[in-house]
Write a protein that binds this ligand. Structure first.
Ligand code: ADP
Ligand code: MG
Length: 269
């Protein structure tokens, strides 16, 4: 493998430990077509992939290769013709509380305060108001937004809104967090801050992350493994173990193994 010299014993050991964990998400022989003027057009072709518990997966690939469609299928927001998506031994047939989703556009409820946004899913799921409020405060505190608990989304910066979207998704304790280009609208400085926030949260809770991005730097910085898709039809060309130690710091982005990984991926996408 062109990156072999970066697969140090430490990296190989990390990969081996991840592969011994139970599967969190299994995608088996998945096919998806959309109808285009009466003709079915194949968007995803024979996708096979397994993510293990607490693994951080990034998905990259050219625009239109089906990344968002794949996330929506996992979320249960679309149906597929063939194959299966299995989460913790349950086959996905629709949306469910085992999956949380974060979009680029935040999708917060503008008429609710930050606290109410975070509480929403909890009270919907039947949690008592006071308990939900206490939980919401803990999450809000975790991302440093206590002062903004009673503010409305429009009063927050993009990065702050995305922090709220993330904790709102996590508050329901999903097994998998699906993120579709969540930081694409942020400026580089805020983006790096959000990436570091996300890594911190991920290190502290039991969650598997499926993170879509078109930014290779972001994928390499965050992921244990990077799933590379090609377009027309969308299919897997590589599932690359990222040969970078953790924890990742800002200077990770300048390391020789980082640059080697990026050069390798640039040839694939
Ligand atoms: P990506 O997120 O990788 O850019 P998408 O999953 O958004 O790709 O789209 C993959 C392909 O599927 C594109 O060609 C897009 O036009 C098509 N597509 C996505 N959603 C629909 C839909 N609801 N109806 C018809 N075609 C769609
Ligand atoms: Mg997309």
């Amino acid at each position: 493998h062109p990156l072999y010299k970066w697969f140090t014993p430490e990296i190989a050991d990390r990969s081996a430990r991840i592969l011994k964990r139970p599967a969190a998400l299994k995608i088996e022989g998945l096919h998806k077509s959309f109808d285009h003027k009466g003709t079915p057009v194949k968007v995803l072709n024979e996708i096979d992939f397994t993510a293990y518990k607490r693994e951080f997966i990034c998905v990259v690939g050219p625009s239109g290769c089906g990344k968002s469609t794949l996330a929506r299928l996992i979320a249960g927001l679309e149906t597929h013709e063939q194959g299966a998506i299995v989460i913790d031994d349950n086959t996905v047939t629709g949306p469910g509380p085992d999956r949380g989703m974060v979009f680029q556009s935040y999708s917060l409820f503008p008429w609710l305060t930050i606290k109410q946004n975070v509480m929403f899913g909890l009270t919907q799921a039947g949690m008592a108001y006071n308990t939900a409020e206490a939980e919401a405060f803990q999450w809000i505190d975790l991302v440093g937004l206590t002062k903004f608990a009673d503010a409305y989304p429009h009063q927050l910066s993009g990065g702050m809104k995305q922090r709220v979207a993330i904790i709102r998704a996590l508050a329901n304790q999903p097994k998998i967090l699906l993120m579709d280009e969540p930081f694409a609208a942020l400026d580089p400085q805020n983006r790096l801050k959000m990436q570091q926030y996300l890594l911190e949260i991920w290190q502290n809770i039991d969650i598997t992350i499926f993170f879509i991005t078109h930014d290779l730097d972001e994928a390499i910085y965050l992921a244990d493994r990077i799933l590379v898709l090609e377009a027309n039809p969308g299919q897997v060309v590589e599932a690359l173990e990222v040969p970078l130690p953790r924890p990742r710091k800002a200077d990770t982005l300048l390391s020789p193994e980082f640059l080697a990984t990026k050069a390798y991926l640039e040839k694939l996408v």
